[in-house]
Design a protein around this ligand. Structure first.
Ligand code: GLN
Length: 187
């Protein structure tokens, strides 16, 4: 099984580590850019995208992640950071997946909710947990849409980049993570 890093600056770091270990991967919290060379894939967790990006700039991660040649999976805030564009937040996106992503767009009535989602590549629906989630406003034709909710893309992939607006690491269900591990194995 691959050795996967979780960007260890801010957010739901330990939850991803636990889920990775539960399926037999070895996992590492990545705190410096030099540690990127030791992993087969990277997860950018959910949290506060503005805080994560500030720390990425301070610790030299921004360029290092942009030139990281292995698969990357971004959940929630991580999806905002991997996007091409985030309207109103021009400093956040790294431009690694061709999506336009609006921060904090989900659930006007409820900022957090769970729902059962059909996801391309999974046989049975997935219980998705959304917490102040981003929604995708636009995707280029190069992007493969894996799931949509309420008329918005909530999971997608392009080349080695996988994103979800929801938090697969907060469920006991590792099937979405396995989609990423498959990408890592194929890379
Ligand atoms: N609202 C957060 C942001 O865009 C994301 C929330 C989350 O990761 N659960 O920074």
């Amino acid at each position: 099984m691959p050795h996967v890093g979780v960007l260890g600056l801010q957010g739901a770091i330990s939850e991803h580590i636990k889920q990775l270990e539960s399926i037999g991967c070895t996992a590492a919290v990545i705190k410096t850019p030099s540690e990127l060379s030791s992993i087969d894939g990277l997860i950018i967790p959910g949290g506060e995208s503005t805080a994560i990006k500030k720390l990425m700039d301070i610790y030299g991660f921004t360029d290092a992640i942009q030139s990281f040649s292995k698969p990357i999976f971004g959940t929630c805030a991580g999806m905002v950071l991997l996007a091409r564009e985030a309207p109103g937040n021009p400093d956040l996106p790294l431009g690694l997946i061709d999506l336009v992503v609006q921060r904090n767009a989900s659930g006007r009535q409820r900022s957090s909710f769970e729902t059962s989602l059909a996801i391309k590549g999974l046989d049975e629906p997935f219980n998705a947990i959304f917490i102040r989630a981003p929604y995708c406003l636009h995707a280029s034709e190069e992007v493969e849409i894996l799931s949509a909710y309420d008329g918005h893309i909530v999971a997608a992939k392009q080349r080695g980049i996988l994103v979800s607006s929801f938090h697969p690491e907060l469920t006991g269900d590792p099937r979405f993570l396995r989609l990423f591990i498959q990408m890592v194995k194929e890379a």
